[in-house]
Each structure stands twice: as C-alpha cells, then as structure tokens.
Design a protein around this ligand. Structure first.
Ligand code: GRF
Length: 214
C-alpha cells in the first residue's frame, strides 16, 4: 500500500455518525488506504456532521426541502464531484438513492444495515428481528444498487439474540459489530481484487488482511 494514493471517500449520514467515526478512525490508524474528504447530510442537526466539523472534515448539509428526490441527489452529486469523491459510504443515511445517483458511482457505493440481509431490510431491523423471533441477527455491509438494502454482500457479522434482549440491547451489540464490519469491508474492497458474479462478490487471491477495529 505504501506510495499508493488514498481513495477519496464521502460519507453520507442523517444521524449519530458512529459508523462514520469508526471508518475515519481506521483510516487514521492507516488500516484503510482511504480518507474521508467530505461528509454530507440531509439533516443539519445530525450529530455526525458536528463530529466531522470537529475533525476538520468538510461537512455539508443538503436539506431535501421542496426538491424532488432526483433534484436532491443531483445536488449531492455536485458536492461529491467538487470533492473528487471516488467512493461513497452510506452510514445511517435515511434516504433511498435515485437510479442516476447509483449509476454515477457504479459499484462504488456501500451501505451498512443492522441485520443479516436479505432478512429484515428497511427500517427498525433490530425490532423486526426480535419480533420475528430469530436467534441470530447481525449486520451487513453491501454494495448499493437501486433497491432497498439489496445489493451484493461484502461483509456480514452475526450476533446471537439473547432471551432478555430488548431492541436497544440488541442494537448496541450489533453496532459493536458494525464498527468492525464497515472498516473491514472497505479495506477488502480497496486492497483485494474482486468482481461481482451474479449476486456474489468473488474475491481473487484469498483474504489479504484484517483491520483491528475499535
Ligand atoms: C446503523 O445501525 C446502521 O446500520 C444503520 O443506521 C445506523 C447508523 O448509526 N444504517 P450511526 O449513525 O452510524 O451511529
């Protein structure tokens, strides 16, 4: 990796920003050959934006307001172009991307979701898992396509569900795993050769390395 340029990553978020921070921290530790060049949110009060400001990373709000979804996405794309972004990491970004957004970064948009997809896509994944009564849930990092939480899986981490779990206790244990899964997924995509065959990501040359996580 020495001497290679760092991939320019945008993080899109709508809230807390803990996954943004775990990615950023892994980059700062030199574990991912990338840096976050801009953080974009549709919510001006997102805590993740304030954290970006503290870290000196450009933090930009693009509210949806009265724009159409398409217009909003075009404004976000403009900002990403201004920052010469190469990869987009969705981290609690509460909007479905329009097809033209997805097409602007083919196989270069990642999302993290708090369930083992394809189980429990959409909102309140942890509640869905508890209500369904599954004994194992977890998190998934996947490439983004035009569907909802539906693109090829990059990394998954399983979390056992305990009898006394509540939505928040389960969410907290899944979040711990998210903070490991997202850096690991981006690391793999940036350092290994891979191709998408059908729905599967095929990794060439075996597994290269693991990031330590928080
Ligand atoms: C995470 O649970 C993530 O899986 C989901 O939204 C939440 C974002 O959390 N997509 P944070 O803002 O990264 O702390």
């Amino acid at each position: 990796m020495v001497g290679e340029a760092l991939a320019r990553v945008a993080v899109l978020l709508s809230g807390r920003g803990s996954n943004f921070l775990s990615l950023h921290a892994a980059m700062e530790r030199g574990e991912i050959p990338a840096r976050v060049v801009v953080v974009v949110s549709n919510k001006s009060k997102a805590a993740g934006l304030a954290k970006a400001v503290e870290l000196g990373i450009p933090a930009i709000t693009i509210p949806r307001q009265r724009s159409t979804s398409q217009q909003h996405d075009q404004r976000v794309l403009e900002v990403l172009r201004q920052h010469s972004v190469e990869w987009v990491c969705l981290a609690g970004y509460m909007r479905l991307l329009s097809p033209s957004f997805v097409a602007a970064f083919p196989r270069r948009i990642l999302n993290i979701h708090p369930s083992l997809l394809p189980s429990f896509p959409g909102l309140e994944a942890q509640r869905q898992a508890l209500q369904h009564g599954v004994r194992v849930s977890g998190c998934t990092v996947h490439l983004v396509d035009e569907g909802l939480d539906s693109g090829p899986v990059v990394v998954q981490k399983a979390v056992a569900i305990e009898d006394d779990d509540t939505e928040s206790s389960l969410a907290a244990r899944i979040l711990d795993q998210e903070h490991r899964a997202y850096p690991e997924a981006l690391h793999r995509l940036l350092t290994q050769e891979w191709a998408v065959e059908g729905r599967r990501i095929q990794w060439r040359g075996g597994y290269v390395g693991r990031v330590s996580g928080p």
